[in-house]
Design a protein around this ligand. Structure first.
Ligand code: PEP
Length: 257
């Protein structure tokens, strides 16, 4: 069985100004022991990337952005491109987060263009997918997930290849910021279906190497059980990533059993 190195990623959303971002990354780096069993990533707001970067780099914390535009440059007021994010020190970018999809109306086709542009800029995409409560209750979870994967990775399915190191984050919309977490078994069955889907489109090797993170009200007290599941390779954390103590409690998880 292939060992996938876990990743714990903090999505700071539209929280923290420059000073708060610096304090937060400093507090996280001060609490890292250096023997963590996971890659650690933080995704501050765009305005704070450059100031967070040196502190993150010193502590081997990876830097991600929360979104980007698919064009490299141009008259797109308010947008930021992949090359700008690279220049600001990012290695990763979160794409298709449910807040982007549901509040800002991003479609799978938009996300597909962003994934392609991110990879071309040398960024590793963290592709978010997840069903709403209504879709889950209608028994449509697997269909929705497969549809989002097909739409958001459309540029790659014909070639049967995926941009190197692409990460998928399964984030059930009903579990984001609600305090309601998917049970480890519920998350695992969706993660397994995602891995199966990846295997059918891109082959066993890619599917076995792809890290699939879980996101949705992850906390220090539920991370160990989630991480004990075979296809859960880490977490994308919102609320609990805004306090160093709770984020570190997640980063320093111990597998159950
Ligand atoms: C998220 O925003 O990606 C997320 C999972 O948020 P929370 O951890 O607060 O549910």
């Amino acid at each position: 069985m292939i060992e996938r190195r876990p990743m714990i990623a903090g999505n700071w959303k539209m929280y923290t100004d420059i000073f708060e971002s610096v304090n937060l990354v400093k507090a996280v780096s001060a609490g890292l022991r250096g023997d963590e069993e996971a890659d650690v990533l933080v995704a501050p707001p765009f305005t704070n990337l450059s100031v967070v970067k040196p502190f993150a780099e010193n502590a081997r914390i990876l830097l991600g952005a929360q979104n980007m535009h698919w064009e490299g440059s141009g008259a797109f007021t308010g947008e930021v491109s992949g090359s700008m994010l690279r220049a600001a020190g990012c290695t990763h970018v979160i794409l298709g987060h449910s807040e982007r999809r549901h509040i800002f109306g991003e479609s799978d086709a938009d996300v597909n263009r962003k994934v392609e542009a991110a990879a071309k800029s040398g960024l590793i995409p963290i592709l978010c997918i997840g069903e709403t409560l209504e879709e889950r209750e209608a028994g449509r979870t697997f269909e929705v997930i497969a549809g989002q994967l097909a739409g958001s990775l459309a540029a790659y399915t014909a070639e049967r290849d995926l941009p190197a190191e692409t990460i998928v984050a399964y984030e059930p919309v009903w579990a984001i910021g609600t305090g309601r977490t998917a049970t480890p078994a519920q998350a695992q069955e969706v993660h397994r279906s995602i891995r199966r889907w990846l295997g059918e489109r891109f082959g066993e090797k890619i599917s076995e190497h792809t890290r699939i993170l879980y996101g949705g009200s992850v906390k220090p007290d539920n991370i160990s059980a989630l991480m004990s599941e075979q296809d859960i390779d880490g977490a994308l954390v919102g609320g609990a990533s805004l306090k160093a103590e709770s984020f570190l409690g997640i980063v320093q998880f111990r597998k159950k059993g």
